[in-house]
Design a protein around this ligand. Structure first.
Ligand SMILES: *Cc1c(COP(=O)(O)O)cnc(C)c1O
Length: 476
């Protein structure tokens, strides 16, 4: 492992110029985007921390592999290369490619869920829960309580709460649990990892009750790194070996290749049970494409086969997680409330603590993300009440976590960029008292955070007393 943890373990051989904007241009851009950072144009974002999904820089080896893509409609060599890589590095004998992670989530939800059944998981994820509900299941959050507290320090804040899982089994009956879905790491909790011991313990409960144990393995390489750094007995084990051991406990996984396979598009379903593979192939031809390409080009399969190994490299992971931690520590030093410990793919600002004067129904995280953009051209994303959507009866879900996510793409930005981001957030922190909430002007009925539009709440009439003028100036 490199001793200079924060220096990049790669050099740059292609560059993409960035567009710098003025504050006036950004104010206009955020208005045109309905105060939703998802609706901003990429050219208007100087540093784009919207997501780490599909935004990675590919390596020379991946680009070379793309040239070898076999674009045959059926039976392409590129499919065999992906299949072999999944078997070698993840240990699953069967793979079904899909256009991205949610394609795999759709298939597995349709295959394993009988309407009326239940699916426990270590915190919800937007697309994951949406597909489970679409298939007729009820989602149950069985993550440990610490995960819902931004300041609770726990080395494995993504762990499944075994008592909550047992209580659910007692309540609904094991035969009414379609499967348990364990995310590694847990995106919505702040990129928090799950320990090997917890994975083993969940496996024991599943074995005891005959429950299928699935993984949302989107960030499994980052989870493996945290196990190496934090769990006793793994300090000298390569991350690749840790990842394989983690996955050995699962019956299968859904993968968004756009994260820990270092590609711009792609995903897959992998499993041990041939019957599930057969059902997946029946569905994949309907929704994605032939079972040997699953909605992807041969070159995409090649890039994913190479990327999944690169993401398990110890030096790559030390730099990757180190860069996220670098940004997080700069904000912590400035006294800014962030989710701790710093997770694997992003720094999450605690919008409730950042804007205590904005109630959750006035969408504090959505508002804060818009302010950070206007300040600096840094694009972040809301992970709070807007992302949480509405209940089946039409009420807002009120998640305990009301967060803004600064998500770091893999191998894309330098630590100098991280300094720009930190300075921008600090500047917004210094003028936080003047930041107002937002309200919906258009609310999309599905996954509303992607396309809804907002406007600032009107300034409430200020009480008449000394200093009103000053307060009024602050409110603008
Ligand atoms: C991104 C993501 C997904 C969905 O994957 P897509 O490739 O975006 O469809 C599922 N689960 C988690 C935890 C994710 O972060």
């Amino acid at each position: 492992m490199s001793s200079v943890v924060n220096a990049e373990p790669y050099r740059i051989k292609m560059v993409e110029p960035l567009h710098m904007t003025t504050r006036a241009e950004r104010e206009e851009a955020i208005r045109a985007a309905g105060h939703n950072t998802f609706l901003l144009k990429s050219k208007d974002c100087y540093i784009d921390l919207l997501t780490d999904s599909g935004t990675s820089a590919m390596s020379d080896a991946q680009w070379s592999a793309m040239m070898l893509g076999d674009e045959a409609y059926a039976g392409a060599r590129s499919f065999d290369n992906l299949w072999n890589a999944v078997e070698e590095f993840y240990g699953f004998p069967y793979t079904c490619p899909t256009h991205q992670g949610r394609g795999a989530e759709h298939l597995i939800s349709q295959i394993l869920i009988t309407p009326g059944q239940h699916v426990p998981g270590n915190m919800y994820f937007t697309t994951t829960r949406a597909h489970q509900e679409l298939a007729g299941a009820t989602f149950h959050d069985v993550i440990i309580d610490e995960a819902h507290d931004p300041s609770a320090i726990h080395p494995f804040k993504g762990n499944v709460d075994l008592d909550k899982l047992r209580a659910l089994i007692d309540e609904v009956g094991a035969d009414q649990i379609a499967y348990i879905n364990v995310a590694v790491t847990v995106n919505m909790a702040g990129g928090q990892p799950v320990s090997m011991a917890n994975i083993r313990a969940v496996r024991e409960i599943c074995d005891e009750h005959g429950i299928i144990m699935w993984s949302d393995a989107t960030r499994l390489a980052e989870n493996a790194y945290f196990i190496q750094q934090r769990e006793e007995g793994y300090a000298d084990t390569p991350c690749a070996q840790i990842a394989k051991e983690m996955l050995s406990h699962f019956d299968g996984l859904t993968m968004s290749g756009k994260k820990d396979c270092l590609v711009n598009i792609g995903g897959f379903l992998a499993m041990r049970d041939e019957d599930i593979l057969i059902k997946a192939r029946e569905l994949v031809v309907l929704y994605e494409g032939m079972p040997t390409y699953g909605g992807l080009a041969g070159r995409d399969l090649e890039a994913m086969a190479v990327g999944l190994r690169e993401a398990l490299d110890d030096d790559y992971l030390a730099h990757r997680i180190g860069q996220v931690r670098y940004l997080g520590e700069r904000l912590i030093e400035a006294g800014i409330p962030v989710v701790q410990p710093i997770g694997g793919h992003a720094v999450f600002l605690d919008a409730r603590a950042f804007l205590p004067h904005v109630p959750q129904d006035e969408l504090p995280a959505q508002s804060l993300a818009a302010e950070i953009y206007v300040e600096s051209g840094v694009r972040a994303m809301e992970r709070g009440i807007v992302s949480a959507g509405r209940t089946k009866t039409g009420e807002h879900n009120h998640p305990k976590l009301e967060l803004v996510r600064l998500t770091i793409p893999r191998r894309v930005y330098t630590n100098a960029h991280m300094d720009v981001v930190a300075d921008a957030v600090i500047a917004v922190w210094q003028r936080r008292a003047s930041i107002r909430g937002l309200r919906f002007v258009y609310e999309s009925p599905t996954l509303r955070f992607f396309t809804s539009r907002f406007e600032p709440l009107p300034v409430s009439p200020l009480p008449v007393h000394e200093g009103t003028q000053e307060e009024h100036a602050l409110a603008h």
